[in-house]
Design a protein around this ligand. Structure first.
Ligand SMILES: NC(=O)c1ccc[n+]([C@@H]2O[C@H](COP(=O)([O-])OP(=O)(O)OC[C@H]3O[C@@H](n4cnc5c(N)ncnc54)[C@H](O)[C@@H]3O)[C@@H](O)[C@H]2O)c1
Ligand SMILES: O=C(O)[C@H](O)COP(=O)(O)O
Length: 387
């Protein structure tokens, strides 16, 4: 029986894929084998030694202490692309909210009083304050061309916009998906200087913190619309507020409210709604549950942020799954112990990601607990499971 602990509400479409006869799923599972979460802040969580996997039903993993979990040999999964369409749709809505002043205009109407006839007079007199501009012919800058950025770049082309993108580590897969007339910016400054709308789709890491700050703000066109549906911290809010004050920034649309932003009439903030559609919640839950199940039951890894993809069709009599530090001679030490125990390796896969490595082996005889303990005692080995 596997214990699965849910730290946020995870769609039942995903959770129902855990067979009830082999999985106990609850929000307070003691000694969980795997944890599932969305934006729950997992830093400082008191993990137990038997934790094997963490599944983030979403994209960003900055709420997960990936390094600390790696040191425990815990595999961290996410659901890349599963909520990308939901974010794309909200960003397109955000662009329109920004250039058509939808937030302030709705606030204006909410504040009207009097009869319908009086209201009609006020509406016609007041609407001149909310005139906006259109998308076709304007330039959208997309920073980060991953699952979300590529979808937005392509959608904006279909809305008649010019699109310029910046992503120094774009994958070949994403580059293939990108509309061929999306222009590649040679550097961030060029994108910032040429764009009428700028949208951010990068993870929050040290190198992406405050991409918009007091300095980079000077580089922007006057009257730019900024959109942040990535993470709080990627733009320096105080610089954005100064830009709004000076007119450099026309509107700021973002998914991460703060007290400073909330009441500014030119800021439209949403309550972190990017991935909150039925479809995205189901897609993320299904993807992450399937990945966690395949890891728990078969040792296969797909879409982990800290370990490589490793998938092996079962062939031998037993299977050994081993998470270790990516040190020299680990395989030598592992096969030496198996050889001493008289265990023949039928098939194996070994791969690494950064300073972590993973070995999945199908063997021709049953492996006993003593051999598992001997493998686990190799310095640098973090987890050993017999499956
Ligand atoms: N608002 C929401 O609800 C919501 C939903 C999903 C994702 N997100 C956020 O959006 C982020 C992106 O999501 P995704 O699914 O597209 O992730 P992704 O991993 O598919 O794409 C991220 C892209 O950013 C690029 N990148 C990294 N550093 C960069 C830099 N300095 N400059 C330019 N590009 C850089 C990477 O090469 C990658 O292509 C997530 O990390 C998450 O924080 C928010
Ligand atoms: O990184 C993500 O996937 C988003 O920020 C969504 O977060 P949520 O699952 O808490 O809505």
């Amino acid at each position: 029986m596997y214990n699965i602990q849910t730290l946020n509400a995870i769609s039942s479409k995903g959770l129902n894929r855990f067979p009830a006869d082999h999985y106990a799923v609850s929000d307070n599972a003691a000694a969980a084998d795997a944890m599932l979460l969305r934006s729950f802040k997992l830093h400082d969580y008191p993990f137990t030694d038997n934790l094997l996997a963490v599944g983030r039903a979403g994209s960003g993993t900055n709420n997960v202490p990936v390094q600390a979990l790696s040191e425990r040999g815990v595999v961290v999964f996410n659901a890349p692309g599963a909520n990308a369409n939901a974010v794309k749709e909200l960003v397109i809505a955000g662009m329109l909210m920004g250039c058509r002043n939808i937030g302030p205009a709705m606030d204006f109407v909410r504040g009207l009083q009097g009869t319908d006839a009086e209201m009609s007079v006020a509406v016609e007199a007041g609407k001149k304050h909310f005139g906006g501009f259109e998308l076709p012919g304007r330039t959208l800058g997309v920073i980060g061309l991953g699952a979300i950025g590529v979808k937005i770049a392509n959608a904006a082309r279909h809305l008649g916009m010019n699109v310029i993108g910046y992503d120094p580590t774009i994958t070949i897969e994403r580059a293939w998906q990108l509309d061929s007339d999306v222009e590649a910016a040679p550097n961030l400054d060029t994108l910032l200087a040429q764009s009428d709308f700028i949208t951010f789709h990068v993870p929050l890491i040290e190198s992406t913190r405050h991409l918009i700050n007091a300095d980079s703000l000077k580089n922007l066109k006057d009257g730019v619309v900024l959109l942040n549906f990535a993470r709080n911290g990627i733009l320096d809010d105080s610089a954005v507020l100064a830009g709004l004050e000076s007119g450099k920034v026309y509107a700021y649309v973002c998914d991460f409210p703060s007290n400073a932003l909330r009441t500014n009439p030119r800021v439209m903030t949403l309550p972190h709604l990017g991935a909150s559609t039925r479809e995205a919640e189901e897609n993320c839950a299904i993807m992450v549950v399937d990945q966690v199940r395949d890891y728990l039951e078969n040792g296969n890894i797909c879409n982990s942020v800290n370990l490589p993809n490793v998938k092996l069709r079962r062939t031998g009599l037993a299977r050994i799954a081993l998470v270790n530090q990516n040190n020299p001679d680990m395989l030598g030490k592992i096969s030496h112990i198996l050889g001493q125990a008289g265990v023949n390796i039928a098939h194996m896969m070994n791969d690494s990601k950064g300073n972590m490595a993973y070995t999945l082996m199908d063997v021709d005889s049953v492996v006993n607990e003593n051999t598992r303990v001997a493998l686990a005692a190799i310095p640098g080995v973090l987890k050993v499971r017999l499956l």
